[in-house]
Structure formats: C-alpha cells, structure tokens
Write a protein that binds this ligand. Sequence first.
Ligand code: ADP
Ligand code: MG
Length: 567
Amino acid sequence: MKNAEDLRALLDRIDRRGYPAYKDTKGTYAFGKYVLGIDHVQGDPFAAPSKVSIHVSGKTAGFPAALYNERHRRIALQDYLLRQFGRWIDDYSFKARGSGKSGLMGVSRPEQEILERSACRIEEKTGDICVRMEIGFPANGRTVNAGELKKILFGFLPECVEKSLLYASLPAGKLRENADLADDQQYIREKLAEQDLVVFVANGAVLPRESGVSDRPMKGAVVFSSPKTLEVTLKLPHKGELKGMGIRKGITMIAGGGYHGKSTLLEAIERGVYNHIAGDGREYVITQDTAMKIRAEDGRSVKNVDISMFIRDLPNGKDTKSFYSEDASGSTSQAAGVVEAMEAGAGLLLIDEDTSATNFMIRDELMQRVVNRSKEPIIPFIDRVKELYEKEGVSTVLVAGSSGSYFFKADCIIQMDNYRPVDITEFAKKEAEAFRVEAGEAPSYERPAFARCPMSDKAVWDNDRLKIKTMGLDGILINKETIDMRYVEQLVDAEQLGALGYLLKYAELHLFDGRRTIREAVAMLSKLIAEKGIEAVCGGTYLPIHLAVPRAQEIYACFNRYRGLRL
Ligand code: ADP
Ligand code: MG
C-alpha cells in the first residue's frame, strides 16, 4: 500500500495542473494511525465533493470490545463517534480555501434518533472503524491547489481522527454512559414483549418538541407522569428502577380536549421505535419495533391490495380483493395502509384522528339507521379493531378527541388533561353504557393472502442512465418519477430515503422475479442489511456516505408507494 509520503509527492507533482489531475489521487494511503481512502474524486471544483474514507484498525482505536460487540451498543458507539468526529470537522470546514466547494469538509449529521449509518461503521468482531466523509478538493479557478489539500489531509484530518476516533482521546465515562443508555433502551424493548406491553413512556419524559422545525425538547414542558393504574416499574440494568406508563396490547384510546397533548403523545410513541440520544427527553419512550403509523393519504397509488375487510361492493363494481388505484381516496388509502401494515408484520397500529379519514374510522349511529349497512361499502375501522387484535394479534393506539364511539371498543382509555394522562377507562365505559346501541355484527372477512409478487421492470432498472435522487424527507425521484414519502411519518432522516432508493434498486434487479412475494423480498433485504450492512445493497465503485438504515416497515412503505412497481 502507498503511504502518506507517496501522496504528498503526488500532490506536489500535480500542483497547478488542470483539476482532473486530482483523479490520480484515488487510492489508499497508510497514515500512521489510519488508512486514508480517496474513494472518488470530483470532476471539478463545483461538482459534488470528493468521497474519502478513514479506516482505523480496532487495535489502534483501542475501544474495549464491550463497547461494540453487541449490536445495540455498536450502533450507539458508531453514532457517538460520528457526532464527535462531526464536531471537529466543523472547526475545519472551509479553513482551506479556493473556488467552488474548495475546502468543504462534511460528514453525516445525526439528529435526535440513533440510526445505523454508512458514515460510520465498526466491525463487530475486530472493532475496526470506518468513517466516510466528503472533502471539496481545493482549486484556484480550475487548477489544482495542492497546498490547500495538503493542509486538509496532513493537518486537519489527522487532528480530527486523533481527537475523535481513538479511545484514549475520548472521555471514558461518557462512552460508558452512552453504552449504558443503549443497554437500558434495549432492555425496555425486550421487557415490552415479555410483559405484553406495546409502549413504555417513562415518568419524567419530555414529549413535546421545541417547534415544528426543531426536534429538540421543548423547554419548560410539563414532564410526563403516568396515571397510577397504568404505572409499571422496570428495573433497568444501569439506571435501576424506572417507573412509567405501560400501554398493554389490545386497544388503547387517547382522548381529551383539543390542545391537551394527545398528538404529542402519539408522535412520541411513533418515534419510540427508534432509540434517542441522552438529553432528548424521549430516551425512555420505547415502542414495539414493528409499530406503524397509519393515516389517510389521498392521491397515493395502491397496487393489488386486498382491502375487502374494510371496503367491498363499490358502486363501480371495482374489485376490492385486489384493489388498484393511482389516486386513492382518504378511506381507501387508509384501508390499504392497514392491510399493508399487516403484511409488513406490524404488531401495533398508531392512528390519529387529525390525519384520518372520518368515514374510515367511524359511522355514527344516526347514519347507520338512515343509510342501511348494505348500502355502505365501508366497514369502518371501529368495526374491525377488535378482530384485528383478537384474530390477527395487531394492537391499536388511537387518538380520538371528537368521537366517543371508540369508548365501546377500547380496553384502556387515557385522557390527556393539561398534558397529563389520566386513566378514565372505568368512567368512560360506564358513561358509554347509557349510549349503547345495537349496530349489528360487521360481516366476516377473509384474511388477506399477502401473496403479491412484483415483477422487475428491467428497462428502468437495468439501465446505465438510471437516476435516483432523494428530496429530503419528501420523496425519492426515480428518473423523473417521484415516490411520495411525505406521509410516511416514521421516516425521520433523509438518509433513510437514500437507503430506500438503493434497496428498491436492489430488489428490482435481484429479487422481484414475479414469484417472490414482497414479504419474502423485504425479509431478504432486512437479513442482508443486518448481516452485512447497507453496503451490501449498494454496488457501485464506492459506498454512498449518506445512508441510514430504515426499518423493514419503511421498506414496505416505499415499495408500496412506487407507482412503477409491477404488480
Ligand atoms: P392535541 O392533539 O390534544 O390537540 P397537541 O399534542 O397537538 O394537542 O399539543 C398542543 C400543543 O401543546 C402543542 O403546541 C404542543 O407542543 C404543546 N404540548 C404538548 N405536550 C406538552 C407538554 N407536555 N408540555 C407543554 N406543552 C405541550
Ligand atoms: Mg391533535
């Protein structure tokens, strides 16, 4: 392998030459404590910056194996190192100068959630660390400015590595705390399953966020405190005893007046499928991993979904056992969402009336009397919610502030009162008794078969000119067609969309053969990522540095919204 001095000599040789001379720097170089990989070199100073990777062997990095030999701790350490590295990088970005993106030093920016990212990987067995970043190779106009690049590669970068990727330079106590938090979060996840809980919200948690555009905790918020009747006590391995509200399997309704904090609680629960960093306020808000937010999504595409358990006998005679729409309505989109969630293996549905189609959620009594059931194609969610739990094992947590109908169905009713949860189950049930009406049984349903087998569209995917782009959290652009992901609310980071683009491409090229079901394809993808990392689905000559691993549920959500899916 070439070393740092070789690189220095090479840079001296190409100084002041045309910018493309930088291409010769591609390769790997031994730099004492790490290996520098110049993986991709930008074509000109205004193009996307060059891709660089830093490889520190486990031996040199010196982290105790206990900090990375279990998956949840490894992910927590990767996240921690990436944040530290990013802090140092900030001090140096654009300190080297020149035209265009000269001197830019960038790395992935995690926010409140702890995700597995291509920007920082630690090998579980060896502790080898790889950090991937971007650097704008400096230019004067359009000529190589080797002196400025030398500042970065021989001055700034070694400093950043030294300060943030070596165990000896980092505060051991903080690293320990970081791993301990990951252990405690993992422990709560395991306890949920053991104790038939789907959600745990710790006393003292801060649920509301600073603002609509900031995901940091609100200052001066009313902290969460469980009603005594719903309180459970967990004994975390590190933090010790922790009390909080445990939501049991079954049907839970969150009621309460407008502005009392219902949606805020539900949103915290939605995000609880991810771990949060210390200080977030939601560190100990943990939700069953498979939970899926379900909402109305007018206009979305639905392909071959059996929504007959909710919608049947449409006046236009359309088949709802195999329902297709390029422009689904509020109710059909939400029905498809529920069935797709079942297909995705969700054990918990999260629904907010604010974002639901009313006619999908309820039919009031007067309407039932006036318009006979046989004339109504929609069997509302309220008529299926019990069966969903009892027959399919799918629990529901639902926010409903304006309709009392769910009082009859809910196993547990929580009222949010000035941001404080109150258990009103008994009271609400008693009040509801006086209003009970015989609505008659909902017709029985056949469980959807979940046997959808997509067929690859090779013309699109096996094509050198294929372009995949992401648009923040809003969607993924495949050539000129958008996969609209705006309403997939449990996507929390634009890097997850980046990964979804690659996952879809991989599935189209290798898995969608017309015989394999979506279920099987997603299971294979999940296994592949778990074993080999997101790298495994990327191909190409170098790994994209801005990818974050999505859950299987979001992989489904992406495939289900891709209008080009051949089904
Ligand atoms: P609802 O869904 O019941 O109408 P929201 O959850 O939307 O109410 O909350 C209304 C407002 O109250 C939001 O601006 C939210 O940030 C704020 N809020 C929510 N929970 C708290 C809390 N625990 N402490 C302080 N403010 C809160
Ligand atoms: Mg609300």
